[in-house]
Write a protein that binds this ligand. Structure first.
Ligand SMILES: [Fe+2]
Ligand SMILES: [Fe+2]
Length: 409
């Protein structure tokens, strides 16, 4: 028997329950053996209207499809790259499934434009064309248009009228952006993925970011603890708490602002586990220019995107805190006391357990300068061993220390 395969393309940014319901209804009504969700490719690092990179949208589709044996996900458009033309996709599918009958499912708006699509004649030859009306009036309009396509192009059309879920990916993104729950709108596994990765997260103007203007210090700390707990692995979350504690201790000991140290320590790795592509999107969105070394070393990115997320998305305005996050991986010449404290607390927090950490703790506790000396040397030696490039800020921080020592000799 001829296999019947449905094709449902889209940006799926993100996939939601409306897509799934539509897929399941068409599987049922058209007697499909399987239905392929095909996310379109979009240029990487382009953040137009919050478009996520293709690999993340693909992963969300896979998670959503995992519960339905007849729904599968195809990455053919993503792998092909460039502008996704339906005619090319159908040609590829015809090669993959030469015996199958293909059913192209489109939204009702799109259906009415089908005859304008690139190489529509070939599309109509390769696939049956399917759409569902959103309301009674639309049904007759779609039917009429289908008749025209059948007459003029010999197309095979299927117009359905089951109730569609009135939901768009834009609605879902809006809810997530404003820190509202999207439970029930997207499959649970997808929601967990979105929350774990901090996707479509709160932007300026959201209810909770107003906290930055009006909330108490304790409220701010607990707000960020919540965010970090969702966004980081348990290990990284504990690390953040420990760096915060160590920074608080060092601030008390060396006369820095204790609250700022506690806060900067807590949030310093806020972007550490955010996917690299999303970090690059953030960096591009806020017009931050990366140098060659930063571009080649993904490890350095989280400090840069972290400071940007704190400044632009969480409205942190304290430049001392922002710089402490910004330079916690590379250090730099002319570091403030707070910057030194966060840089060093990251090396010696209680969760760190490497050879020599106890001795380094004693060194840092006796003198920040001596601690810096050891850490910068250690960092540079490690990079030399690996044959990796050394960031100029690190070199400059080290030179500054050496020259200051020479001056005092
Ligand atoms: Fe870090
Ligand atoms: Fe860290």
């Amino acid at each position: 028997m001829t296999e019947r395969i449905g094709i449902l393309g889209g940006t799926f940014n993100p996939i939601h329950n409306g897509h799934i319901k539509l897929a399941l209804e068409f599987i049922e009504r058209l007697g499909l053996d399987r239905l392929l969700l095909i996310p379109v490719w979009t240029p990487p690092h382009k953040s137009a209207d919050g478009m996520l990179p293709a690999d993340l949208r693909l992963e969300m589709c896979r998670l959503a499809a995992s519960a339905y044996p007849k729904i599968e996900v195809s990455s053919i458009e993503i792998e092909r790259g460039g502008t996704s033309y339906t005619v090319d996709t159908l040609k590829e599918l015809k090669k993959l499934y030469p015996e199958a009958r293909l059913f192209l499912i489109t939204g009702s708006d799109m259906f009415l434009t089908l005859d304008k699509w690139k190489d529509f004649k070939a599309i109509a030859e390769m696939a049956d064309l399917c759409a569902c009306a959103r309301h009674g009036g639309e049904y007759s309009k779609l039917k009429q248009f289908a008749l025209k396509l059948e007459k003029e192009y010999g197309a095979r059309c299927h117009i359905e009228d089951f109730p569609v879920v009135d939901l768009s990916s834009t609605d879902v993104r809006e809810r997530l952006k404003n820190m509202h729950s999207a439970k029930g709108l997207v499959p649970d596994e997808v929601l967990k993925f979105i929350e774990d990765k901090g996707l479509y997260r709160d932007k300026p103007g959201s209810d909770r970011s107003n906290l930055m203007d009006s909330g108490s210090y304790e409220e701010k700390l607990s707000y960020f603890r919540d965010i970090l707990k969702r966004r980081l692995s348990e290990k990284r979350f504990i690390h953040s708490l420990e760096v915060s504690k160590e920074a608080e201790f060092l601030a008390k000991k060396f006369g820095a602002d204790v609250k700022k140290a506690e806060f900067a320590g807590l949030v310093h790795d806020i972007e550490k586990e955010t996917p690299k592509d999303v970090q690059l999107q953030t960096i591009e969105k806020y017009s931050i220019i990366l140098d060659d070394v930063e571009r080649s070393a993904p490890k350095l990115l989280h400090a840069i995107s972290g400071a940007a997320v704190l400044q632009y998305e969480h409205k942190i305005t304290d430049t001392e805190i922002l710089n402490a996050v910004r330079y916690h991986t590379t250090a730099r010449a002319g570091m403030s006391l707070l910057e030194k404290i966060i840089y060093l607390a990251d090396y010696i927090s209680a969760d760190r357990d490497y050879d020599g950490v106890d001795e380094l703790r004693r060194t840092v506790h006796s003198s920040l300068e001596k601690g810096l000396d050891v850490c910068l040397r250690f960092s540079i030696e490690e990079l030399l061993k690996k044959g990796a490039p050394i960031h100029l800020d690190t070199v400059r921080a080290r030179n500054e220390l050496i020259l200051a020592r020479k001056d005092s000799e």
